[in-house]
Design a binder for this molecule. Structure first.
Ligand SMILES: Cc1ncc(COP(=O)(O)O)c(C=O)c1O
Length: 331
């Protein structure tokens, strides 16, 4: 992640880590708790795991919630309002590294620059991003970042990554006999070491996809460059195939910068029916809104859900052929 190992907090899931962090941050960094007059900024692009914990922590502390809105016409955050939404009152901005619904990779660095200019912290949900890109905390401008290794071929646990000096200023609720040291201060109870062994194996697997030689970080960066090229090529093929289906679907994933994750609304069939029909073709194209309640609402599709196509490092051309044939048959 480009972080400091002493700033890595292990947890059960990104949701759990974000909930714990939101409550601890609301108690204040360096002793200044959130309260009336303070503001917390969330976005309409985010998975609910990076929305609801912040809203609830803000409400409990008397702070106000402000929103960065999603523009369905670009499938990206509307940053024209950035300076109005992120102000001297802002204590924290919570934003996705990438949307698990649309794939959109918003301009986190720009949002972080504004947040830092007004003295606010930036919390990045990198769960979806980490599945498709190498993470660099400094490049993102993230003060705090969560990810879940199950999105990168590992087991389901999660990590919060931050500057240890920042973590030192946060005082989570913890048991009396447990250590006050960072990062252990944030890790409630005994860690699942068997899962962490799986995380190491997954990271080594990822590094193994990169060029030999160099540090593990360098091999991971190279692996992600290769994965990106592979996924981008396949995404181009899928998009071409979707265009050929004409008005049988509306494709919502249109942002300039995005992962190979394509969210669409079928126009002639119900998404849930299409999902089941595609299973019969041995294709997993799940239907729903994928806990991305806010972006799904903002898209205002008028349907109860849509279909999500996800490509990964291991997806191949034959699978793309089968996907496009299946979609043609079902939609
Ligand atoms: C963008 C994003 N954030 C958060 C989560 C929640 O992760 P976890 O299940 O580890 O809480 C997900 C899971 O799909 C996700 O895609």
């Amino acid at each position: 992640m480009g972080g400091d190992p002493r700033g890595v907090v292990h947890g059960r899931s990104a949701t759990q880590l974000t909930y714990d962090l939101s409550r601890a941050l609301a108690k204040g960094t360096g002793g200044r708790p959130w309260g009336p007059g303070d503001e917390v900024v969330v976005t309409e692009l985010d998975h609910d795991a990076n929305v609801r914990p912040w809203i609830q922590a803000a409400e409990a502390s008397g702070a106000t919630v402000r929103w960065l809105r999603l523009d369905p016409a670009t499938a990206d955050l509307d940053l024209t309002a950035l300076d109005d939404v992120v102000t001297e009152r802002t204590r924290l901005v919570a934003v996705a590294g990438a949307s698990n619904l649309l794939g959109t990779m918003p301009d986190v660095a720009r949002i972080a620059a504004r947040a830092h200019a007004v003295g606010a912290l930036v919390h990045v949900d990198a769960v979806h991003l980490a599945a498709h890109a190498a993470i660099d905390l400094a490049a993102l401008g993230a003060d705090l970042l969560v990810l879940s290794p199950y999105k990168l071929f590992g087991p389901h646990c999660a990590a919060l990554v931050a500057d240890p000096a920042l973590l030192e200023t946060i005082r989570p609720d913890k048991l009396a006999p447990s250590t006050d040291a960072v990062p252990e201060r944030f890790e409630l109870g005994t860690l699942p070491y068997e899962l962490l062994a799986g995380v190491t194996a997954a990271v080594d697997f990822l590094a193994g996809l990169g060029a030999r030689g160099g540090s593990r970080r360098e091999r991971i960066l190279d692996a992600h460059a290769r994965i990106h090229a592979h996924e981008l090529r396949l995404r181009g093929r899928v998009e071409e195939g979707l265009r050929a289906l004409g008005d049988r679907l509306v494709l919502h994933s249109i942002a300039a910068r995005r992962t190979p994750t394509l969210f669409l609304t079928p126009t002639r069939v119900d998404a849930a029916d299409a999902y089941r029909a595609l299973l019969a073709h041995d294709l997993l194209v799940p239907a729903g809104s994928f806990y991305a309640q806010e972006p799904f609402r903002a898209l205002a599709t008028g349907a109860p859900g849509g279909l999500r196509i996800g490509l990964a490092a291991y997806t191949d051309d034959a699978e793309v052929d089968r996907l496009l044939a299946g979609l043609d048959a079902v939609l």
